[in-house]
Design a protein around this ligand. Sequence first.
Ligand code: AMP
Ligand code: MG
Length: 406
Amino acid sequence: MSAQEREMIQVEEAWRRIEAKAVPLPPRQAALLEALGCILAQDIFAAEDVPAVPSSTMDGFAVLAADGSTRRRVVAEQRAGLALGLRLEPETAVRIMTGAPLPEGADAVVPVEEVRGEGDFIVVEGPVRQGQYVRARGSDIAAGQLLLRAGTELGPAELGLLAAVGLTHVPVHPWPRVALITTGDEVVPVECAPAPGQVRNSNAVALQAALLQLGLQPTMLRHVPDDLEQTEEALLAAASVADVILTSGGVSMGERDRVRDALNRLGQVHFSRVAVRPGKPLTFASIGATLVFAVPGNPVSSLVSFELFVRPALRRMAGHRRLFRPQVMARLEHPIRHEPDRTEFQRAIVQKREDGYWARTTGPQSSSRLLSLVGANALLRLPAGVAEFPHGAAVSALLVDQPEVP
Ligand code: AMP
Ligand code: MG
């Protein structure tokens, strides 16, 4: 093993090396609904006024406020839809619907609730203010106005706005294409009954679910045994179709852990040990332009590595600027001991109370025990160098979900 491979780096340094490689992908045009959750790559300006013509905000009667009359003859009706090209004369009214274009010559709408009908006439008791219940042309959106800045995340409101000004496609940073490769001689498909010593491929499900939560469907999904040739073959196939390869297992110190060897032969390894628990063997590499995150096989290690390093990297490649989960200081509901040799991320439940955030762990923190992640809404960051955290001690908590309320 080379000196570079023995090197164990800190969490911050690992992220710095990832950040330098995982840069935003070049923009491409996407149809509006494909762009949901994507980051806009260009400023968008309005090409037209909305509304394009003055229109009514109420069901009622379009009138000329300045004619000053209380009694007006109803001469026509304008529904929402195509403008009929009506011209309103003083002392007349046009029956009008919400959203309908105002007739030429009208400058106000009297709501139906405020008029009394007398045959063909309407009587309005109160004063009529010029412009009342009228959406002026361009009052919602003015032509030329900056609507959305580059860097905006596109949600329902943003996509609706783009549709309202007539855009069907927008330039966005695409999400990376991700290939998922699980490894291990002992790992069998989840539908198989494992023989003694075999384990079900739960990581294939858990990591796919983690990708799906980002809106990502893996481009390729493969399982390989602990065999150098087959590992290399799968990595090469993945590198030809994906921006990012995610592998699970095969990066520990065992004879049969071949993923790191394969990566060294095919590309460049940027680091292969991080001073973190769980997830020490996390390996980050490149094969050509494709980035590889090789997470350890233990089910908790693989998901925590994904959460801490892979998820923010994928978000960064997709153009996001907010990469990390919100962080709060939480006080411990019970004392915690930990091995102080590495930074540890313990799975926890954080509760928001009147006097601030409080945290309790999810029980035994073994990296094989997926139950330690079930129901956890936070990862407690326990720094290296401190072994004991007493009841009430304040620790930093990464909120992976909403805090619990008592
Ligand atoms: P490894 O990182 O390959 O040394 O694997 C560490 C532990 O995680 C072993 O106990 C493996 O059996 C288990 N493991 C590896 N891959 C998977 C997987 N895809 N699903 C569930 N458990 C796994
Ligand atoms: Mg293995």
